[in-house]
Design a protein around this ligand. Structure first.
Ligand code: BTN
Length: 241
C-alpha cells in the first residue's frame, strides 16, 4: 500500500486529528499518516494519557480505509505491533508484541498502539496510532508510572523519528496487507510464536475484573483465549500481566 506522511510540529493527538477530519466529511486516502513532532494531548488505551517529550519519539497515526467490522479492529493493532517488533528486531532490539496492543522489551513497554474505528456518511476506516519510544532517556522513562524503555536505551543509539517511520513502511505494508487479505488468520502463526508461548500463566485485568489462567491461544479475531479453572474464557480487552 502507498503511505503518505503529513508532518505537524505540534498537535493535540494524531489519532484525534484524523478522526476529526473524517467526521468533518473530508475524504481521507487509505495510507495517509499524520505524524507530530509534539503531541499536547496524546491518548492511550482506557483513556490514559500518552506522554512523549517534544522532538523525541515517534507519534503518528495511519488511516486504513476499510469496511471491516468492529471486532476486526484488535487484529489490525496486532498486525502493526508485528511490524514494529520486526523493525526493532532488525536493529537488534529484543522486542516482542504483547496482547492486545503493546510492544515490549522484557517487561518494559517500548511501543503502544491505539486503534479506533471511525465511520461517517458511508466512509469507514480505522485510525491506528503508534507511539514508539525512540529517543526517550532513562530519566524520562523512570518518570512514567509503568516500566518503559526506548530504542535509545536498548540500542544505545539515537534515531530520527522520521527515519524510523520510513523504515517501518515495508513492514507495515507487509503486515497490514496480510491483515487486509486474511484478517487474524494471516497473523496467527507469527503472532502466537512471538506473543506466546501457549501455556504461559497470565493474569488479565479489565476494570475491576481479574482473571487468572494460562494462555490457550487466540480466537479467530485475535481475542485471547484463557484457560481458567472454570473453563476456557474469551477475553476481548484488558491488561495482561
Ligand atoms: C497505549 O499504549 O495505550 C496506546 C498508546 C498510543 C499512543 C499513540 S501516540 C500517536 C497516537 N496519537 C495518540 O493520541 N495516541 C496514539
Amino acid at each position: 500500500m502507498e503511505f503518505n506522511i503529513e508532518w505537524h510540529d505540534r498537535l493535540g493527538s494524531t489519532n484525534a486529528c484524523l478522526k476529526e477530519r473524517l467526521l468533518q466529511g473530508f475524504e481521507i486516502p487509505s495510507g495517509l499518516i499524520i505524524a507530530a513532532r509534539e503531541q499536547t494531548a496524546g491518548r492511550g488505551r482506557s483513556d490514559r494519557r500518552w506522554l512523549s517529550a517534544p522532538d523525541t519519539n515517534l507519534c503518528c497515526s495511519i488511516y486504513i480505509g476499510t469496511a471491516a467490522e468492529l471486532r476486526a479492529v484488535p487484529s489490525l493493532t496486532m498486525a502493526v505491533a508485528l511490524a514494529v517488533a520486526e523493525l526493532l528486531n532488525a536493529l537488534d532490539i529484543a522486542a516482542a508484541p504483547k496482547w492486545p496492543n503493546d510492544v515490549l522489551v522484557g517487561e518494559k513497554k517500548i511501543c503502544g498502539i491505539l486503534s479506533e474505528r471511525v465511520e461517517h456518511r458511508g466512509n469507514a476506516g480505522i485510525v491506528v496510532g503508534i507511539g514508539l519510544n525512540v529517543n526517550m532517556t532513562s530519566e524520562e522513562a523512570a518518570a512514567i508510572d509503568r516500566p518503559a524503555t526506548s530504542m535509545l536505551i536498548e540500542g544505545g543509539q539515537a534515531h530520527e523519528p522520521a527515519s524510523v517511520l520510513e523504515a517501518l513502511f515495508p513492514r507495515l505494508d507487509h503486515w497490514i496487507g496480510a491483515w487486509q487479505s486474511g484478517g487474524f488468520s494471516a497473523l496467527r502463526k507469527t503472532w502466537t510464536q512471538k506473543a506466546g508461548p501457549i501455556g504461559k500463566p497470565l493474569c488479565v485485568h479489565d476494570g475491576s475484573i481479574k482473571k487468572s489462567g494460562t494462555l490457550a491461544g487466540f480466537g479467530d479475531h485475535g481475542e485471547l483465549l484463557l484457560q481458567t479453572e472454570c473453563g476456557l474464557e474469551t477475553i476481548w480487552s484488558g491488561d495482561v500481566s
